[in-house]
Design a protein around this ligand. Structure first.
Ligand SMILES: Cc1cc2nc3c(=O)[nH]c(=O)nc-3n(C[C@H](O)[C@H](O)[C@H](O)COP(=O)(O)OP(=O)(O)OC[C@H]3O[C@@H](n4cnc5c(N)ncnc54)[C@H](O)[C@@H]3O)c2cc1C
Length: 437
């Protein structure tokens, strides 16, 4: 009788999970040394740091999505569509919810999948901290559907204003949270306002689009150095974007946002971009240790604290390490971290297939970059050659884009990534600067 292959199941094919499935498929799946299975709630992969561009319309999501089935076929792993809902550690199995279509029909029934090693990389969503009215009256930016919903809502405001021909039409947009997502989205919406008028949707003039960012902390971009935060703040001021700091949002209503200090910021569109939390279903799942934002607590090997067979990485994992200066650092929820963890885990799982023990993760912060749409980018580069160097403008923009190109390189290799860059350059000359539908 044929021996069963060792089963590695990866749940979540995002910035980290898809890179891992691709690497393991090429190294272990192709040579039949293990069966690699990727599970994702969606049928296509879309790199999350591009979502604010989809929301504003500067990027058409259809052009950058990747079919999981195709990637699986090309890279020797299996793809199973489904949403993980439960875990049975004793049986080494996970439970997937049924897949239901838009009209409520069951496409695929609930299923159980068994594993020998399990990697959970299901990412995170924004954290509304149960603020009253947030779920009902805010739009969110956690996945492609939500980004497209923001875009459709924006376009509909313009179409309405155009059809009603109202000379005093304004569009007031409130963004809650001045982290990287909120700031980049604000700049992208500012660009969209200019472009929409340029393409003839000029009933709302660019100067009548009032974008306000509301932040609870002392300053915008609290996770980044002060000099970057100050430089970005200045550029937002120049764009006419209003920034309110030290104001916690206490309630969201259908027509605006109330702060704890009692200020009411009227708005036609409200977008929640503050905080993160891992999906609820992870909280204490089958006795595993999780923190207050549902992240699975992992050791430096990215193994969960109670189960050596279960790994977690990316935004849904809480990983604290000791750095070279003997200081404790918590790995931030960033694409850069998910990418580095996926590379480590690929090496570690391959080493284990060859009889070695699990490898430990070391995080290298290469710096942070904030994109201000087509206008600019600001950030810092950190490395042995550069030290901690602040960069701005075209160079910063170039480094910002290179993060996505590195993700594509891991998924497709150098040659295909080169072809994709060429395709993007050519298609830029043949389509409008903004998605207008
Ligand atoms: C608008 C925006 C801009 C950003 N910009 C940057 C940036 O410039 N630089 C940077 O470093 N980071 C950025 N980030 C953060 C970055 O996107 C995340 O840190 C990164 O995507 C995390 O990768 P991940 O693999 O952990 O999860 P994700 O990339 O979020 O992938 C999670 C995957 O899991 C799937 N999934 C979720 N639940 C289930 C389930 N129950 N069952 C099965 N599948 C499931 C999802 O469909 C998804 O495919 C940005 C985030 C946003 C929202």
């Amino acid at each position: 009788m044929k021996n069963e292959l060792h089963k590695i199941v990866i749940v979540g094919g995002g910035a980290g999970g898809l890179e891992l499935a691709t690497c393991l498929g090429r190294k272990l799946g192709k040579t039949q040394r293990a069966e690699i299975t990727l599970v994702d709630a969606q049928n296509t992969h879309f790199w999350k740091p591009l979502l604010h561009e989809v929301a504003a319309g500067s990027l058409n999501a259809f052009e950058d999505e990747l079919s999981y089935l195709a990637q699986a076929k090309w890279n020797h792993f299996k793809f199973i569509p489904g949403q993980m809902a439960s875990l049975n550690r004793a049986e080494k199995s996970i439970g997937l919810s049924p897949v239901i279509d838009a009209s409520g029909h069951e496409v695929v029934p609930a299923r159980t999948l068994t594993y020998d090693q399990l990697v959970i990389s299901v990412g995170s969503t924004a954290n509304d901290f149960n603020t009253p009215g947030a779920k009902e009256h805010c739009l969110f930016l956690d996945n492609r559907q939500q980004a497209e919903r923001i875009h459709t809502t924006l376009i509909n405001h313009y179409l309405h204003a155009q059809a009603c021909n109202n000379e005093t039409t304004r569009l007031r947009i409130a963004i809650i949270g001045a982290g990287a997502t909120g700031v980049e989205l604000a700049a992208e919406l500012h660009f969209a306002a200019i472009e929409l008028a340029h393409y003839g949707l000029d009933a709302i003039k660019p100067e009548d689009v009032e974008v306000t960012i509301i932040e609870g902390g002392e300053r915008i971009l609290p996770a980044l150095p002060v000099r970057i935060s100050s430089s970005v703040h200045k550029q937002l001021d120049n764009m006419g974007i209003r920034v309110i700091t030290r104001q916690l949002v206490s309630e969201i209503k259908a027509d605006g946002v109330t702060t704890r200090d009692g200020e009411f910021i009227e708005s036609d569109l409200r977008i929640w971009a503050a905080g993160i939390k891992a999906p609820e279903f992870l909280s204490g799942i089958d006795g595993l240790k999780t923190n207050r934002i549902n992240q699975l607590v992992v050791r430096p090997t990215l193994q969960t604290t109670l189960d050596d067979r279960i790994y977690s990485m990316g935004d849904c994992a809480s990983c604290t390490l000791t750095d070279r200066k003997n200081e404790r650092i918590t790995i931030p929820p960033r694409a850069q971290a998910a990418h580095q963890q996926a590379s480590l885990l690929a090496k570690s799982l391959i080493a284990q297939a060859n009889g070695s023990t699990a490898l430990a993760f070391n995080y290298r912060d290469y710096g942070s970059l904030i994109s201000l749409s087509r206008f600019s980018a600001v950030g810092n580069l950190m490395g042995a050659m550069t030290g901690d160097m602040m960069i701005e403008g075209t160079l910063a923009k170039w480094f910002y884009i290179s993060l996505y190109r590195m993700h594509q390189m891991t998924l497709f290799g150098k040659l295909r990534t080169g072809t994709l860059i060429l395709k993007d350059l050519i298609s830029r000359t043949t389509r409008p600067q903004l998605k207008l539908h």
